[in-house]
Design a protein around this ligand. Structure first.
Ligand code: SF4
Ligand code: SF4
Length: 279
């Protein structure tokens, strides 16, 4: 099974643009939208068929006030400050609970059980030979990690993971187990700063990676190219800035696979085949 994670240092760099169009030219691939706070990848697959909507839950502690003797062991144990002690009883702040189950383990009175709370939905779509998986976080839910983990369970032989932007714990969850990372950036100083943080992250996870410069402009590409050379890494492709591409992307359309604009993506696909990452 090969998993390719597509990352960017900030929103709007073209991560979804790259993920969806690459996935679209790999027959039988699965596109996994892990940008669960604002998933929009499925919009690009016009007329895709919704197969299933699955609610996703996580477990948080539920306290039995009859059994609780007010020892505070659970509150002292919780390192995420998800428990307070009020009126001689523990009080849960479920939005910061990491569902580790530790408080349950340390309770000597058997006063804690598990209860489920909804974190979001995983939607499964199909289009031709491809599968599209989209995670949608529930409004008000603070952590995307458990939902992303559910989305990733649907990975197939060849999967493209559209990661959350930035380098927070939700991005770490999305790249866990990836075989290769594509780092998407624009040729600006601001983007350089952001992509350097992503490089630190993928190196920490020891995942091989390469770069795509989106909205490339020959007069300023050196900002990113010089950096890539300085760290001895590979520039996979450059996608020149194009008003037509921007318009079609803003309208939620994939690039026509018979058009000239798809050439860059075919070139990217060939590079991934040469590396043995996809077939
Ligand atoms: S560890 Fe158990 S008994 Fe002690 S305060 Fe927490 S719930 Fe109550
Ligand atoms: S499950 Fe873990 S994070 Fe949640 S309240 Fe218990 S100890 Fe804290």
């Amino acid at each position: 099974m090969s998993k390719i994670a597509v990352l960017s240092g900030k929103g709007g760099s073209g991560k979804t643009f790259i993920s969806t169009n690459l996935s679209n030219i790999i027959n039988g691939s699965t596109y996994l939208d892990c940008d669960v706070e604002e998933p929009n990848g499925h919009i690009f697959y016009s007329n895709c068929k919704l197969l299933e909507d699955k609610k996703v839950y996580r477990l948080v502690p539920n306290f039995d006030s009859e059994k609780c003797n007010g020892c505070r062991d659970c509150v002292n144990f919780c390192k995420f400050s998800a428990l307070a002690f009020i009126g001689n009883k523990p009080l849960l702040f479920d939005e910061v609970c990491h569902s580790c189950g530790g408080c349950n383990l340390v309770c000597s009175q058997n006063a804690i059980s598990d209860k489920e709370i909804e974190v979001g939905t995983v939607s499964i779509y199909s289009k031709n030979d491809n599968t599209i998986i989209s995670g949608q976080m529930k409004i008000g839910e603070a952590s995307a990690v458990s939902l992303i983990s559910e989305v990733l369970k649907n990975a197939s032989e060849q999967s493209i993971i559209d990661c959350p932007p930035g380098s927070a714990c939700s991005t770490m969850e999305a790249i866990k187990g990836a075989d290769y990372c594509i780092l998407v950036t624009e040729p600006t100083i601001f983007s350089l700063h952001n992509i350097m943080m992503i490089v630190e992250l993928v190196e920490l996870f020891n995942i091989p990676y390469g770069f795509v410069i989106n909205k490339s402009d020959d007069s300023i590409d050196y900002i990113i190219e010089d950096y890539i050379k300085s760290i001895n890494q590979e520039l996979l492709i450059k996608i020149p800035f194009s008003t037509e591409l921007a318009k079609s992307n803003a309208s939620g359309k994939l690039i026509n696979i018979n058009s000239k604009e798809i050439d860059n993506f075919n070139q990217l696909k060939v590079k991934l085949i040469e590396k043995g990452i996809i077939k």
